[in-house]
Design a protein around this ligand. Structure first.
Ligand code: NAD
Length: 434
């Protein structure tokens, strides 16, 4: 990209695979589109990062201190936007990489928002409800100077949900003295959430699969529709994976395998996803579901399915196991589930990759709708939300396929190019301060 001497301490940022992959993908896109090296250099680093220590009193009376982060990667197009992750392996570098992906995602789908991300290094399954509440509230208080409806708007991610968003909204509002629902999205409906937000990411994943199937048919591959001849496996049965599995099942596809952190289940004839969901809600695990065989996460990746949806966590398909992956369409429901090497490998063997910044953008699109509805105090029907979501995703899909053709590159690079092109124009127009 540039042979200028770098004064940035890249060791600070690039300790995680996810950040290194994000920079590799940015570099590929920048080289392919011949991006101005000055812009490329700026995009390699976050604009701002805050590390906080969060002391809370545990239920047994001890005080424990956790580490939390909020990173704002680029805010040229508008306030920062990105989820908050509670996970034992979260670190500054991973959060910075995820914030970078949010920048490209928001730009790609045309939102007036920048990229940000947050996290706390904690195992949320070991916290009581009271401890989770204390941790969320104290974290909010520690990062309160850099978030807000016009600054940076968090949302749920791995290990957090609408209840955490309600606690953030309440803490932020208590500290200001009046209700400020616009500080977060993914809130419960009762306090300003949007209909369709909870399902939006999984729903969007399935919209992109529908577009992929149609696109492949237009180039002579496949029937162009989702039906019972389409086999699907899904890794992750959380907010994204569970909805994606339900939606694609409703369209008639045969979901043969689903897994989560504890393991998975497989049925050659297809799983009954609504029944499996009921079992999961009752037992909080997929393990032991009687109408299927047990399967490991690694075995799930190796199934000879039409569509694989990795919707759990990053870095699960790498150069070590990518050879086993046989799916014809790989829909990145999670952020960064395939390493850059794995992306190249699957695209070289002819699989169709739907990259994360496009595939899981439904969540941030409906988060944006939630923010818009809240600002106007005018709330839409779920039908209206879904109609607008479908239209934004269709538009973004077309732009990525057009960029793939224009630049003769893979879908991952094409998606980043579309995001970077818009951002590049905005950065050049705004110029460099001072
Ligand atoms: P979640 O916490 O609701 O669910 C995560 C799921 O992954 C759970 O089923 C968990 O058991 C499983 N899991 C965790 N670690 C695993 C492992 N090592 N192996 C197998 N399974 C594992 O999280 P989510 O919100 O569904 O997010 C999943 C992914 O989607 C993340 O990469 C997240 O960044 C991305 N994403 C989420 C949203 C959203 O709106 N929630 C939007 C865009 C992207």
């Amino acid at each position: 990209m540039t042979d200028q001497e770098s004064y940035m301490n890249s060791n600070l940022w690039d300790t995680s695979e996810l950040f290194r992959n994000a920079v590799l993908e940015l570099t590929d896109a920048a080289n392919t589109m011949r991006l101005d090296p000055n812009i490329a250099e700026r995009l390699k680093y976050p604009k701002r990062a805050l590390i906080v220590s969060i002391p809370i009193r545990l239920d047994d009376g001890r005080i424990q201190v956790f580490e939390g982060y909020r990173v704002q990667h680029n805010m040229t197009l508008g306030p920062g936007k990105g989820g908050i992750r509670f996970h034992p392996e979260v670190n500054l570098s991973e959060v910075a990489g995820l914030a970078m992906l949010m920048t490209f995602k928001c730009s790609l789908v045309g939102l007036p928002l920048g990229g940000a991300k947050g996290g706390i290094r904690v195992d949320p399954t070991k916290l009581s409800r009271q401890e989770a509440q204390a941790l969320t509230r104290r974290y909010t208080s520690e990062i309160n100077m850099i978030i807000g409806p016009d600054r940076d708007i968090p949302a749920p991610d791995v290990g957090t949900d609408s209840q955490h968003m309600a606690w953030i909204m309440d803490t932020f509002s208590q500290e200001r003295g009046f209700a400020i629902p616009g500080v977060v999205t993914g809130k419960p409906i009762e306090i300003g959430g949007s209909l369709g937000r909870a399902e939006s990411t999984g729903r969007g994943v399935v919209y992109t699969i529908q577009h992929a199937v149609k696109h492949l048919a237009s180039v002579g591959k496949g029937l162009g529709r989702i039906d019972s001849s389409m086999t699907v496996s899904v890794q992750g049965f959380g907010k994204v994976g569970n909805v994606a599995a339900q939606e694609i099942y409703q369209l008639g596809a045969k979901v043969v395998a689903v897994s989560d952190v504890a393991g998975g289940v497989y049925s050659k004839n297809g799983l009954n996803i609504p029944n499996l969901y009921k079992y999961f809600m009752k037992n909080h695990t997929l393990v032991g579901y009687p109408e299927a065989d047990a399967i490991s996460n690694e075995e799930l990746f190796a199934l000879p399915v039409e569509v694989l949806i990795p919707a759990a966590i990053d870095g699960v398909i790498t150069s070590k196991n990518v050879e086993k992956v046989k799916a014809k369409i790989i829909a990145e429901g999670a952020n960064g589930p395939l390493s850059s090497e794995a992306v190249k490998s699957v695209e070289e063997r002819g699989a169709f990759l739907i990259p994360d910044v496009l595939c899981n953008a439904g969540g941030v699109i409906v988060s944006y709708f939630e923010w818009v509805q809240g600002t106007q105090n005018l709330f839409w029907s779920e039908e209206e939300v879904n109609k607008r979501l479908a239209s934004v995703m269709e538009n973004a899909f077309k732009k990525v396929v057009d960029a793939k053709t224009k630049y003769m590159c893979g879908m991952k690079t094409a998606a980043l190019i579309v995001g970077i092109e818009r951002l590049n124009r905005a950065m050049l127009l705004r110029g460099l301060f001072p």
